[in-house]
Each structure stands twice: as structure tokens, then as C-alpha cells.
Design a protein around this ligand. Structure first.
Ligand SMILES: Nc1ncnc2c1ncn2[C@@H]1O[C@H](COP(=O)(O)OP(=O)(O)OP(=O)(O)O)[C@@H](O)[C@H]1O
Ligand SMILES: [Mg+2]
Length: 236
């Protein structure tokens, strides 16, 4: 896949990313020329020590943080310089997020949890069929009417993946999606994300501390000193 394809129809492409924070009156440069490109259908695992900037990178790529320098092309649209309303619209249309904590509301049903983000949104809203289709694709369709509180940890994380899929995103950004699961459930979620990427042609970037879970990824990157480098094959 050419570099253009990554930032074009589906994937994401970042060039020369710089992101700094102030700490104790000094500049902490977390990203310092980071570059990456992920094509539709590709799964890229992201490793790096705690504090290396993985979550910071995901926030920028997903249009949650605009305090960066450099270029991010998301589905063909340049993020830098985009005003907030356009950035949110682009994010809502193209990006799905999965975090370590599922953030489901325990008293709502699984299906209600999936549609909740759209309850107060004007314009296009996914209907209940979008929720059932997403739950189907993560293998928990029978749990649609169950309250989130009654799901196991692994099922909740699958529901969180389904919630990220409801809008049919082109890019799925996952921040330690298996971090609160045991080994077996972690593997199931990792396999699920890989098969979703392949099946739906979604670009997937997964930040993780556990290389053993991501052997199915197409590539692995290491974030260190503010830059991304390829991790050796077999190391992921
Ligand atoms: N909003 C912020 N303000 C100030 N410093 C920040 C902010 N966000 C992140 N940082 C700092 O940037 C660095 C990178 O943080 P980040 O959360 O991206 O790391 P990480 O690689 O995701 O770590 P972990 O593996 O522990 O999740 C840390 O030193 C963090 O304290
Ligand atoms: Mg993090």
C-alpha cells in the first residue's frame, strides 16, 4: 500500500509530529518528529515505556488534541489547522476509540450503552440495527438487552469495541484495550481487533504493554525519545 493510501481513503498518516507539555517551568517534548502511516485493514501495535507518549500520540491521531506541530492526515483530511467543530465532525465520522477501562454505564443495557453517545447529537444517528450489527461482529449479540453490570470483564471489553464500531470508523485507536483483562480474555480481544481490521478494512493502532498479545499484528512500532521506529519482526 502506498503512503498516500494510508492517509487517503481510510487510514492515517502523520509526519513530523511534535508535542510538548510544560513541566516545572520546563518544556517536556513528548513527541519529537514522530512519523507513521497506517493503511486500511492494517493492524499496527505500538509499544514504548510508560510515559513515552503512546496515549499522547493516539489523542493527536484521533483529533482529540490539537496542541501539536506537524501533519496528520485522517481519511485524506489534514487535521492541523482544522477548527474544533470540523475536527469533532471528522472524529465522529472516522475514528473509534477503545480504552483500557470500558467506561460502560452499568445500569444501562449493552445496546443502550452503544447508542448513548448519539442520544444528544443532532443529525445522523445510528439506529438500534447499527448496535446489533456491531455486537454481532464482536460475538456478543445475545447480550444486547443485558445490563452492562452483568457482563464479565471480557464481555464488557467486547462491548466497548462494539461501541467504537457503531459509526463504522475508518480508524480504530486502542489504548491498552487488554490492560484490565486476564491472559485468555486479552488474547480474545487482540484476535478480535485483528480480525475486525481485516474483515472491515479498518486501520487499527493499538498501544500495549504486552508484545505477546500482538503477534497477529502486521507491524509493531516502538515509541522512544519522541520518535517511532519499527520494532524487529518477531519482537511483537
Ligand atoms: N496534558 C498533559 N499535560 C502535561 N503533561 C502531560 C499531559 N499529557 C501527557 N503528559 C506527559 O507526557 C508524557 C507522556 O504521557 P503518555 O500518557 O502519552 O504516556 P504513555 O506512553 O501513554 O504512558 P503509559 O504507558 O503509562 O500509558 C508523560 O510524561 C506525561 O506525564
Ligand atoms: Mg498511556
Amino acid at each position: 500500500m502506498s503512503e498516500g493510501a494510508a492517509g487517503g481513503t481510510g487510514g492515517v498518516e502523520a509526519r513530523g509530529l511534535v508535542r510538548s507539555f510544560r513541566r516545572d517551568g520546563r518544556e517536556l517534548r513528548v513527541l519529537d518528529g514522530a512519523e507513521l502511516s497506517i493503511a486500511p485493514g492494517e493492524v499496527v501495535a505500538l509499544f514504548g515505556e510508560s510515559g513515552s507518549g503512546k496515549s499522547t500520540l493516539l489523542s493527536i491521531l484521533g483529533g482529540l488534541d490539537d496542541g501539536f506541530a506537524g501533519s496528520v492526515r485522517l481519511s485524506g483530511v489534514e487535521l492541523s489547522g482544522l477548527a474544533e467543530p470540523e475536527r469533532s465532525r471528522l472524529r465522529a465520522r472516522t475514528v473509534g476509540f477503545v480504552f483500557q477501562d470500558h467506561n460502560l454505564l452499568p445500569r444501562l443495557t449493552v445496546s443502550e450503552n452503544l447508542l448513548l453517545p448519539f442520544a444528544f447529537r443532532r443529525g445522523e444517528r445510528p439506529g438500534p440495527e447499527a448496535a446489533s450489527e456491531a455486537l454481532e461482529s464482536v460475538g456478543i449479540a445475545p447480550l444486547a438487552r443485558e445490563r452492562a453490570a452483568r457482563l464479565s470483564g471480557g464481555e464488557r471489553q467486547r462491548a466497548a469495541v462494539a461501541r467504537a464500531l457503531v459509526t463504522r470508523p475508518r480508524l480504530l485507536l486502542c489504548d491498552e484495550p487488554t490492560g484490565s483483562l486476564d491472559g485468555a480474555n486479552g488474547r480474545r480481544v487482540a484476535e478480535l481487533l485483528v480480525s475486525l481490521a481485516r474483515g472491515r478494512g479498518v486501520a487499527v493502532l493499538v498501544a500495549s504493554h504486552d508484545p505477546s498479545l500482538w503477534r497477529g499484528a502486521d507491524r509493531a512500532l516502538e515509541l522512544s525519545g519522541g520518535r517511532l521506529r519499527a520494532r524487529l519482526a518477531g519482537a511483537a
